[in-house]
Design a protein around this ligand. Structure first.
Ligand code: ZN
Length: 314
C-alpha cells in the first residue's frame, strides 16, 4: 500500500472513531462480554500478525475465534488499522499482542473501538530482549517468535490468558499447549541439526529487515540486516561496510522477506556480488505454502540452509 493509501486508512479510523463517539457506546459496538463466553461463537481473540494467530489457534482449538489484523504478506511495521479492525476490536474478549512496538497502533485502535476495558496480554513481557526495536529507547527487538524457545514462552502465556477468560476450557488449553510445546521442542532440535549442515565459516545470515536476532543468537549464526525494525536505513558508510563484510567472509547469499520491498536488499546482493534469495517468512504465515508457524519455520530454515551451504559464485 502506498503512502496515500496509508493516510486514507488512518483517516478512516479517525472518522469511525468520531462516529462511534458521536453515537454513544453500544450502538455499533457490542459491549464488553463481562467475563461470559458465548461457546457457539467461541472466545473472540484479536492479535496483530498471522504467526501469533496460529500459535493462539494451536492452543485454543475450536473454543477460540482468532483474527489477525495484519493480512498475510503485508508489512506489519507500517500497518494502519481499517474500519473492519475497529469493529473486530469492539467485539473482542481479549487482545493478544506481541509488544515491543509490533503494534504501535494498539492504544488508538482500542479507543476507536470504544473498548478501553479490553484485556490486553503482551507476549514479550518479561522475556529477555535483544537489539533495538520500535517500542522506544532500548525497548528491544520484537521478533521473539522466530526462536522456538521463545515461542514456547508465548504458548504458555496464551494458555494462561485463555484459561483466565474461559475457565471452562482450561483443561483443554492445558492439554493442547502441552502437545504443541512438544512439537516446538522437536522443531528446535530439527533446526539445530539443519544449521549443523552449514559449514562453520559460512554461518552468516544477511537479511533485509531486522527480524532475526533471536533466531541467529539461538542457533549460532552471525547476523546482519539492512533496515531496523523501526525502518531506519543504513548510512552510506554502514552500507559500504556491509558490502565489504559480505565479500570478505564469502557469504553465499542474502535474503529478502515476504511483505517487504526487495529493492534495497537486491541491490546489496548486486553490490556484494552474491546471490539474492527471496521470500523468507518472518512476520507472516499464509504465504509460500506455509499456513502455520511450524510450516513457516521449516520453510525458512530449509531456505537458509540450502542457500548458505552452497559456495558463493564470484
Ligand atoms: Zn518484522
Amino acid at each position: 500500500m502506498g503512502r496515500a493509501g496509508r493516510r486514507f486508512s488512518r483517516l478512516v479510523v479517525a472518522l469511525v472513531s468520531v462516529f462511534l463517539a458521536g453515537c454513544g457506546a453500544g450502538l455499533s459496538a457490542p459491549g464488553p462480554s463481562g467475563g461470559t463466553v458465548d461457546h457457539a461463537a467461541g472466545v473472540q481473540v484479536v492479535t496483530s500478525i498471522t504467526p501469533l494467530a496460529d500459535l493462539i489457534r494451536q492452543v485454543g482449538g475450536d473454543r477460540v475465534n482468532v483474527t489477525a489484523l495484519v493480512p498475510p504478506g503485508a508489512d506489519p511495521h507500517d500497518y494502519a488499522p481499517t474500519p473492519a479492525d475497529v469493529r473486530t476490536v469492539s467485539g473482542a474478549r481479549l487482545f493478544i499482542a506481541n509488544g515491543l512496538g509490533e503494534e504501535t497502533y494498539i492504544q488508538k485502535l482500542i479507543r476507536s473501538g470504544g473498548r478501553s476495558d479490553l484485556e490486553v496480554v503482551t507476549l514479550s513481557d518479561g522475556l529477555p530482549v535483544s537489539g533495538r526495536g520500535e517500542g522506544g529507547e532500548g525497548a528491544g527487538n520484537p521478533h521473539m517468535w522466530l526462536a522456538p524457545t521463545y515461542a514456547v514462552h508465548y504458548v504458555e502465556k496464551i494458555r494462561d490468558a485463555l484459561s483466565r477468560v474461559d475457565p471452562a476450557g482450561a483443561q483443554e488449553y492445558r492439554t493442547r499447549a502441552q502437545a504443541y510445546i512438544g512439537q516446538l521442542r522437536e522443531l528446535d532440535g530439527w533446526i539445530r541439526s539443519q544449521i549443523g549442515q552449514i559449514p562453520a565459516d559460512r554461518r552468516t545470515m544477511v537479511v533485509f529487515h531486522d527480524a532475526w536476532p533471536y533466531f541467529c543468537k539461538e542457533y549460532g549464526l552471525d547476523y546482519m540486516y539492512l533496515v531496523s525494525s523501526d525502518q531506519a536505513e543504513p548510512s552510506p558508510q554502514d552500507y559500504a561496510n556491509m558490502v565489504q563484510t559480505i565479500r570478505r567472509r564469502h557469504v553465499p547469499a542474502v535474503f529478502g522477506e515476504a511483505g517487504f520491498n526487495p529493492k534495497l536488499v537486491q541491490r546489496l546482493a548486486e553490490d556484494a556480488g552474491v546471490r539474492y534469495v527471496d521470500g523468507l517468512l518472518d512476520d507472516t504465515v499464509g504465504a509460500r505454502g506455509a499456513a502455520t508457524y511450524l510450516e513457516m519455520m521449516k520453510f525458512d530454515v530449509q531456505t537458509i540452509v540450502n542457500a548458505l551451504k552452497e559456495r558463493s559464485t564470484p
